[in-house]
Ligand binder design. Structure first.
Ligand code: SF4
Length: 74
């Protein structure tokens, strides 16, 4: 991840809505020192959820559902 030089105004705006949909706690993770890249794969599937009243990460929900099914098997 690139770091911005300190003490100068190099950017006016950073857009990262999709990564925050996938990982709402991402800013706190980065603030804690773990600067791993966001896990959002920019597939845009979350846009389709907006029209049903709830916005969520489709990829994350699939992974969580798969994990739940695997836990039920054992
Ligand atoms: S659905 Fe795709 S684009 Fe949207 S937050 Fe999840 S991984 Fe990112």
């Amino acid at each position: 991840m690139k770091k911005f030089p300190e003490g100068e105004n190099y950017t006016d705006f950073i857009s990262m809505s999709k990564p925050l949909i996938h990982e709402p706690d991402l800013p706190n993770l980065w603030k804690s020192g773990d600067i791993s890249p966001a896990h959002c794969i920019s597939c845009n599937s979350c846009y389709k959820t907006m029209f049903n009243g709830e916005v969520y990460c489709v990829v994350r929900k699939r992974l969580e559902n798969k994990k739940l099914q695997e836990e039920k098997r054992f």
